[in-house]
Design a protein around this ligand. Structure first.
Ligand SMILES: [Zn+2]
Length: 323
């Protein structure tokens, strides 16, 4: 009897310790969590708790771990084997429980690394693709084939549109959210590909990138489920006009139907006291965040709450209003 009580107390204490460790580990970044998992068996077990791995935010990888210069796009390129080893370790801890994956803005990713990660994140629903990397059509196809449950994707200039869209059409039939990140250009060929390969799209963000007015009109006309388009700080232009100037608020009002106009999220910009994340983060002049810090925020975050991928405060969506 005594032994039984003692055994029960020990189980209770073990359970309490486990829960305390998981609570503490939830506040760690991905690198510190990886280090904690190497301390002892008890810590390693707590580090594997599924709740810690639903969102895998690689943007918290910091350069001191890999001895590379900070805030440099394409950094870590010479650390490929070390990075691969790190990915395998953390994805082993995650045990396939990750549903949201955010790549690092600065880390250069190879085909092999993308597939290695996709093989270990098969439950993925949202991905923010790498900003830099070297990808083949076959590599992108393999990753999307493994990510069949994907619902939300942030596309970057590192992955060519003629690779990603056919792959999404073939394997990922549940895509309802898409964001084009900085570095991309939103052109008519993209709009046509979206109508063809991702017809169920509900949310689109083309914030802070150059965009074609015809492409915008195309998605607003032919994607029947589209509810919201973020055009904050987009450089929207009429591509049939050779002059390089962007269309403003009044031009949008003239070019789009009231129904289409009502779907846009728009920011007037710095001078008019802009409300969006870009306006707020663009003023961050701290040295450690330069030169790409504000861009990194724009890459990861969005005013469409469901597309946002970080822990910053999300500003409520604001749509254009007709006067
Ligand atoms: Zn703004």
């Amino acid at each position: 009897m005594h032994r039984s009580n003692s055994g029960g107390r020990k189980d209770q204490n073990d359970r309490l310790l486990y829960e305390i460790l998981v609570t503490i580990f939830a506040s760690l970044n991905i690198v510190d969590l990886a280090v904690a998992s190497l301390v002892c068996k008890t810590w390693n077990k707590a580090c594997r708790d599924p709740s810690l791995w639903h969102k895998l935010d690689l943007s918290t990888l910091t350069s001191y771990c890999f001895n590379t210069p900070p805030n440099k796009i394409g950094a870590y390129r010479r650390s490929t084997s070390k990075i691969t080893q790190f990915f395998k370790h953390i994805l082993g801890l995650s045990d396939g429980n990750t549903t949201c994956l955010i790549f690092n803005y600065y880390v250069y990713i190879t085909d092999e690394q993308l597939i290695t990660i996709a093989e270990r994140t098969r439950k993925l629903k949202r991905v923010v693709l790498p900003k830099t990397g070297d990808f083949s059509r076959a590599g992108v196809n393999s990753a999307m084939k493994l990510w069949r449950g994907l619902e939300s994707i942030t596309i970057t200039s590192a992955v060519p549109g003629h690779y990603i869209f056919p792959a999404l059409g073939r394997y990922c039939n549940n895509i309802t959210e898409m964001k084009f990140s900085c570095g991309c250009i939103f052109e008519e060929k993209h709009a046509e590909a979206m109508v063809k390969y991702t017809p169920n799209l509900k949310m689109l963000s083309i914030r802070s990138i150059p965009a074609s007015m015809k492409a915008l009109q195309c998605v607003l006309s032919f994607l029947e489920h589209l509810k919201m388009v973020n055009v904050c700080h987009s450089f929207i232009r009429d591509t049939s006009d050779r002059r390089l100037y962007g269309l403003g608020f009044e031009d949008l009002r003239n070019c789009l139907s009231p129904l289409s106009l009502g779907k846009l999220i728009y920011c007037e910009g710095y001078l008019e006291g802009g409300w969006c994340l870009r306006c707020q983060n663009g003023h961050d002049n701290s040295r450690s965040r330069q030169p790409y810090g504000p861009l990194e925020d724009v890459w990861r975050e969005d005013e469409i709450t469901s597309l946002a991928s970080g822990n910053h405060n999300i500003i409520p969506s604001r749509t254009l209003t007709l006067h």
